[in-house]
Design a protein around this ligand. Structure first.
Ligand SMILES: Nc1nc2c(c(=O)[nH]1)N(C=O)[C@@H](CNc1ccc(C(=O)N[C@@H](CCC(=O)O)C(=O)O)cc1)CN2
Ligand SMILES: Nc1nc2c(ncn2[C@@H]2O[C@H](COP(=O)(O)OP(=O)(O)OP(=O)(O)O)[C@@H](O)[C@H]2O)c(=O)[nH]1
Ligand SMILES: [Mg+2]
Length: 459
């Protein structure tokens, strides 16, 4: 199917609401004739030239101007969709834009589905599927880090790697077929060794690297889960408020104030964190507080990092100390000694004696808070690949990469256990097909629809 077979679509491409300028986009063979039905150029132009902008008015069916607009024409295939594209730039009044869109539809355009412009760029062969998927990640990126990941994909670097892997697998298949066709002409032992080498030393490690990049960067997508924990009254809710810059959680000097989990999303250095304030951990008979403490403990289990806060103006109880020892030994945990503005109790000394590293802070005055943020980021970055622009597949793609790795490992085992070349060839072929599916060459229609339905209308 070529782009000539598609109908002409139109949509508002900019967010709905009042603003400076809004864009209505039209794509397809009839884009120019449909747009020119209502556009009156100030200089009298009736046939716009490609990659030129024209100033004029957009008129309703009766010749009454709706708005002064700019019309921009990109002739296919040199356009976003690789089809003829016309953009009408109007004032961003929802009323005006809606009327322009309605008129375009009256003139023969169809309202575009979510993601349909990008889908056409893909169907018309301008971009591959992983690039199209990256466009949506780019739009949805909430942090500079997830934006970096998406932009490298829009550029198509992941696609190049996958295409390279597929090419290697194809070479191997060709070799295998030659062996099958002319079994007498080749030394099977030597060929099998060569193929094994390629699979184990090149193809498999590349697939493993993609999976590792996904696993390591996955926390960037949903936000890193930080739990603030510690005994009652140590200043946990105050810390949540300080980090989020909002008066989010209730703070009182009554121990046991916080009962439920309180979540806030914050950004530090372009990284998204989900910070959770929790009920102070202590032995209690209060049934409500008990449930709160159970929730604290299970949230700690699911966290990426614990900020364990103690009150520095007091001593630390033995029970608390042993809990800190447990946490520090078994997970990512940063110990904070709070209330540095008050005269010190024994907490910091007790931790020092135990050899437990900690930061001294005052949530109230803000003292030491920059060091806390730095330490949090350092702990997280330590778990990530050095190369922040490393190629990161998305969830759909990594599932296919995992399957392909499985095939490749089967093939290697097959060679080791002297399986027939026929059997090995089946695994290699299926790995090859999976690479094609990542690039979008053999994707079932329902999966395609699902991918593009995650876009917004006009993209
Ligand atoms: N007004 C406007 N701004 C926009 C877009 C758009 O479609 N319209 N974009 C989209 O949403 C993004 C830019 N992306 C684009 C990607 C490719 C092409 C394009 O025409 N590609 C052709 C020709 C390239 C060339 O002239 O060398 C090609 O790749 O063949 C245009 C925009 C962001 N800003
Ligand atoms: N002087 C001083 N007081 C603080 C500091 N941080 C918190 N506080 C006070 O300590 C008390 C307890 O603070 P919260 O933030 O409610 O403590 P919490 O750990 O959430 O307490 P629970 O919810 O009961 O577990 C409040 O009176 C705060 O104003 C600090 O850095 N210095
Ligand atoms: Mg609290």
């Amino acid at each position: 199917m070529s782009y000539l077979d598609f109908d002409t679509i139109a949509a508002i491409a900019t967010p709905v609401g009042r603003g400076g300028i809004g864009i209505i986009r039209v794509s397809g063979q009839q884009a120019v004739s449909i747009a020119m039905t209502f556009f009156r150029s100030a200089s009298g132009v009736t046939r716009p030239k490609s990659h030129r902008v024209y100033y004029g008015t957009f008129e309703d069916g009766k010749g009454v101007p709706l708005d002064e607009v700019i019309l921009f024409y990109m002739k296919g295939p040199k356009s976003y969709t690789a089809e003829d594209c016309v953009e009408i730039q109007s004032h961003a009044s929802p009323v005006v834009m809606r009327q322009i869109l309605d008129l375009l539809i009256e003139a023969g355009a169809r309202l575009a589905e979510p993601g349909e412009f990008t889908k056409r760029a893909y169907l018309n062969g301008r971009i591959n599927l992983s690039q199209a998927e990256a466009v949506i990640d780019l739009i949805n990126a909430r942090t500079t880090t997830s934006h970096e990941m998406a932009i490298s994909m829009v550029k198509g670097e992941l696609g190049e790697t996958i295409a390279g892997l597929r090419e290697s697998l194809k070479q191997i298949t060709v070799t295998l077929e030659a062996i099958l066709d002319f079994p007498d002409d080749v030394d099977e032992e030597i060929q099998a060794e060569t193929i094994r080498g390629q699979l184990a030393a090149t193809v498999a490690p590349s697939l493993v690297a993609l999976i590792e990049n996904f696993d390591q960067s996955d926390i960037f997508r949903h936000g890193i889960r930080v739990v603030i924990a510690g005994p009652p009254n140590s200043g946990k809710s105050s810390l949540l408020n300080r980090l989020s810059g909002q008066d989010r959680a209730i703070v009182t000097n009554v121990p046991g104030t916080t009962r439920d989990l309180i979540d806030e999303f914050i950004h530090i250095d372009g990284i998204a964190f989900q910070v959770t304030d929790t009920a102070g951990i202590r032995t209690t008979d209060d049934p409500v507080e008990k449930i709160g403490i159970e929730r604290t403990l299970s949230r700690i289990e699911a966290s990426d990092l614990v900020l364990y806060l103690v009150d520095g103006s007091h001593d630390v109880e033995g029970e608390v100390l042993s809990q800190i020892r447990d946490y520090v030994g078994s997970r990512q945990c940063l110990v904070l000694v709070n209330k540095a503005d008050l005269s010190p109790g024994g907490a910091a000394d007790a931790l020092k004696t135990e050899g437990i590293e900690h930061l001294v802070v005052s949530v109230k005055t803000g003292e030491g808070m920059d060091a806390v943020k730095e330490a949090v980021v350092a702990r997280i970055l330590a778990r990530l690949p050095e190369d922040r622009s490393a190629l990161v597949p998305n969830r759909r793609q990594v599932a296919l990469v995992r399957k392909a790795l499985n095939n490749v490992e089967n093939a290697v085992e097959g060679i080791d256990s002297h399986l027939s070349f026929d059997a090995i060839s089946i695994d290699i072929r299926s790995a090859m097909d999976l690479m094609g599916e990542i690039l979008g060459e053999e994707v079932p229609v329902d999966i395609l629809d699902e991918i593009f339905s995650n876009f917004c209308i006009g993209k």
